[in-house]
Design a protein. Sequence first.
Lengths: 324, 595
Amino acid sequence: MGWIEWQVGSGLNIASILLVVIVVAAMLIWVERRLLGFWQDRLGPNRVGPFGLLQVVADMIKIFTKEDWVPPFADRFSFVLAPTIIMIVILLSFSVVPFAPGVGVVDSNVGVLFVLAMASLGAYSVMLGGLSSDNKYALLGSLRAAAQMVSYEVFMGISLLGVVALAGTFNLREIVEVQENGWFVVPQFVGFLIFLIAGVAESHRLPFDIPEAEQEICAGYHTEYSGMKFGMFFVGEYLGLVLISSLITVLFFGGWHGPFGIGLLPPLVWFALKASAFIAFFILLRAAIPRPRYDQLMSYGWLFLLPLSLINLLVTGVVILAAN
Amino acid sequence: MKTGAQSATHTASASRAAAEHLVSLFGERVLAQQVTVDDIPTLWFARDTIVQVLTILRDEMFAGAKFEMLFDLTAIDERLRVNRQGQPASDFTVVYQLMSFSGNVDLRLKVPLQDADLCLPTVTHLWPNANWYEREVWDMFGIRFDGHPNLYRLVLPPTWEGHALRKEHPARATEMEPFSLDDAQTDIEQEALKFKPEEWGMKRASDDSEFMFLNLGPNHPSVHGAFRIAVQLDGEILVDAVPDIGYHHRGAEKMGERQSWHTFIPYTDRIDYLGGVMNNLPYVMAVEKMAGIQVPDRVKTIRIMLSEMFRICSHLLFYGTFAQDVGQLSPIFYMFVERERIFNIIESICGARMHPGWFRIGGVAQDLPQGWDKQIRELLEFMPPRLDEYDAMVLNNGILKRRTQGVGAYTTQDAFDWGVTGAGLRATGFEWDMRKQRPYSGYENFDFDVPIAANGDCYDRCAVRVEEMRQSLRIIKQCVDNMPSGDYKSSHPLTTPPRKEKTMQDIETLINHFLSVSWGPVIPPNEVSMAVEATKGINSYYLVSDGNTTSYRTRIRTPSFAHLQMIPAISRGFMVSDLIAIIASIDFVMADVDR
């Protein structure tokens, strides 16, 4: 790649990944609104700059210049801490994502476990945000969030184990390399579906935005947040969306490899294309599906997804054993 | 036309038969019998006998007919009324209007009260919906109902002084002291609005858990306006709820006593602000009945056509927000496309979109413009396939079904007890539509079905309304195909504004014209109640004329008022999310509730 030596973990690598990831997450605010507008027979933001592209800039100026306000009744320390947690853990998760050969922050041999661990920590952000607000709506939201995120982590973890068993490694980069001649979405289709559903639940977006449920509990855990602290929750959600899409690409869709061994495009472009497709899919999901009730989501998870993911793991294990 | 005339005479003769029967049944207990132009039997009873009489009427009548529903309960401040011939002496009259579905008759009962002793026994044990009606009468007239469980103010703020619908209470802010709100008073008002569970007989904790009291509203994304429900929660399970209304009160009934008969019309548009001219209809028909105006067939058909368009608009907005409250973001945006088309048609006919105020006493404001039917025919082509698409998207969606089926269900008997009408009543499987049962404005000439459902839950209430849109399209098509020719205004002298052709030819017409456009028409003394099948249920105007240019008493009975009162009864034991679905499925606007 040109005259710069691209190496996993180089300073330039880290800086550019951090920059790109945050810019992409911020741009998604515009992308989502435009796409929703397109699907809903309306225009979406199109006033600021060409095609409304500078809407993000306008939003950022607004968010940065707003008064940094903490409600007098809130617990100040955890109130400020909560939105930073979500930003930090998701950005940390990106460190193990292999974007392309030579592009990445860390080449960890426990990458999968690291991502799961960070996802668990993310639950604290939402819980603390709701609890520290001392607001009844926020409390309901964080209760819902805690139950939902802790439950769906379980299925998320189990759904990944099939991939890990097939690849024989926890290293995400090696998982991508193994997929050079065949993506894991074929043998692990059930695992893919479960991971997709659990991924939406983890990033609590519609249809699983139960902790925020605007129509019910008015934005739930971040009801009391405004300004930059709200902005961190907001961008954190989009970062989560990018992360889940990247992980699906890495784990099930061959990462930077083109389909059927086609190498036509540079690896990074393949990766970006696949991840973008999933991001668009998640936005479409939001436009299309109503929200289940909280207890329905829970029973769906524990009574349907859990047995299904266990059976998937069992069958995968049997097939691997038989093949050996 | 024939069937309509027959059914009209049937209703009138049934009413007479009912009146005779009641007079013979109650004998000496009947203080007086009053004749009103709307043919509703009107009997006066003393307050000692009223509960006994109401109990008999609810439980047993004649030939299998009962009065199942307390349709309305209100009062009249009689102290300034001149034309009261044949009525017992009374300072304040409490009026009960009962409705019999089995016998298809109405009945009006009146109780005279003297200023010194304004109280009478409650009937909340007979009909639970009497609760809010009695609170409203207490609020507006200061009449006490002995034995009422929570006789607090309902519509006006708890700190309000005076009773607004009494004649001595000012009607305009300019008649009062300039309004100011200092910090001390702000604190008092805030404190008065605080929800105190003990006042409503609620406990703060059960044996094993502490309850959370959550203020849902007055500003909340899903309460469709300014409406507060204080909910008592055990976790996310709803133990009890207290709806709190009045945040959207404008004093529409008081305005009715101030505006002339003609200038009150645009105010009616804003009662159910999604119903547009549908609100004008019961009002102008009530005035026409008192004035003795027969409107031409063309007027009737134009009125039906526009009313049905507004029914579709209102139902579309309901459909979209219903889906949205269950968490589906997109449908409302698609539905606004049709709504926009219909508003364009309405604008091209009436000149305004949401509140045209276009019906007049004795007609409509203008004739239909040239080429009026082109856009409507396009709409009739455009809309049905899109409605099918919406079904695929909303009604047939599995998640939406799981969220709404079996949630907030009630039976037909519950509906009667709570005064539920319209789609909420038909969703329980009871086929009752004013347009069929008591056709008005020429509905008897139209071919349409009354959709019903079986379970009376949130899903069914939505499904009934969706089917009603298709039926409304059928009615509109028949209007377009068979629009009668003729006048858009009656030639009766009380028609407002009156016809101008002959004003320069004879002095009589000139004088009439001059008076009607300067003072407004003088409507002969009478009482009338006129109900229509409005977008949200049965909307009725009860007007009392004292032979003046303004109404003596304007009572607006709105469907949403009755429906909101039922929320706690049908949502106990469900979760917060279900409460939102229930609220969405009721289809109310707060302007219609608070008036």
